[in-house]
Design a protein around this ligand. Structure first.
Ligand code: NAP
Length: 282
């Protein structure tokens, strides 16, 4: 069994992005810019935003942080996003979710032009992915999973891939990415009949359901590649994935740990999308 080291791969990706960010700056006499909008004081979001800004600085991307109070109106939020959309120093815009409940995330995300939608959550980018166009920004977590598969030389073409979860940010784009690389893809969700049997047929099993230690050895085929996107608190209060790692690991050819697997790739792919967005307009 090979343990997939997301920390090491993300460090490698960031080192490569740093070189590209420097080249952009040399050619354009300005840095690549990422605007991050945080509305309210959700504690987890504050940590995520802090980490995103820190990692931006590390690779030489300029960050524009906009912290707005929880009672920000839709009109105020929209006017900020529209101003960022017009700003030539801003190549990527990220609105940290979840938003306070009085704000409509869909409307706000729609105000981000697709060229600056570095989270890849917008309809245009999801549509480009569905049409197998390489020109869009792909949602960061599933893009990170593909990067791990590529960097570990794990073949995808012709493989039977099973994705658990169908959210717009993880499961759905994950399934499309695997399909675009010629896997035969099954998407499972909370209404799937015979879920265990579906999983046990997978050459590549990706779980993104948010259920601690849900995937057990009987659901994993011998030699399968198991990718655990889940981030959960186990019964012992410790961070764990959707996969019962200890129970499953000896059956796998490759497996991602939690933490240290998919997680570190998400911000790396956000930075990668931002660099690509800047390079596209230059
Ligand atoms: P989500 O929006 O809550 O979607 C969960 C999906 O799982 C839904 O499609 C749901 O099915 C399905 N599901 C839930 N329980 C199930 C069950 N018992 N059997 C089969 N399917 C089930 O979650 P998400 O945003 O996609 O995130 C999923 C997990 O990934 C979470 O643990 C989250 O923390 C983690 N995550 C990690 C990263 C990272 O950087 N590593 C990034 C994003 C998310 P229905 O559609 O039928 O309801």
């Amino acid at each position: 069994m090979t343990l997939i080291d997301g920390k090491a791969v993300s460090a490698q990706v960031r080192a490569e992005l740093k070189v590209r960010a420097q080249a952009f700056e040399a050619a354009h006499n300005k840095k690549i810019g990422l605007a991050v909008v945080l509305i309210g004081e959700d504690p987890a979001s504050m940590v995520y935003v802090r980490n995103k800004i820190r990692e931006c600085e590390e690779v030489g991307i300029r960050s524009f942080a906009h912290y707005l109070p929880a009672d920000t109106s839709m009109k105020q939020a929209l006017s900020l996003v529209r101003a960022l959309a017009e700003d030539d120093n801003v190549h990527g815009i990220l609105v940290q979710l979840p938003l306070p409940s009085h704000l409509d995330a869909e409307v706000l995300l729609r105000a981000i032009p697709h060229e600056k939608d570095v989270d890849g959550f917008g309809a245009e980018n999801l549509g480009l992915l569905a049409q197998n166009h390489a020109s869009g920004c792909v949602s960061c977590t599933p893009a990170g999973v593909m990067e791990l598969l590529h960097r570990y030389n794990i073949p995808v073409r012709g493989k039977r891939a099973v994705v658990l979860g169908r959210s717009n940010v993880v499961g759905r784009p994950m399934a499309m990415l695997l399909l675009n690389e010629d896997a035969t893809v099954t998407v499972c969700h909370s209404h799937t009949a015979q879920l265990k049997e579906e999983c046990a047929r997978a050459d590549i099993l990706v779980s993104a359901i948010g259920k601690p230690k849900f995937i057990t050895a009987e659901m994993v085929k011998d030699g399968a590649v198991v990718i655990d996107v889940g981030i959960n608190r186990g019964a012992d209060g410790k961070l764990c994935g959707d996969v019962d790692f200890e129970n499953v690991k000896d059956k796998c050819s490759f497996i991602t740990p939690v933490p240290g697997g998919v997680g570190p790739m998400t911000i790396a792919m956000l930075l990668s999308n931002t660099v690509k967005a800047a390079e596209r307009v230059s």
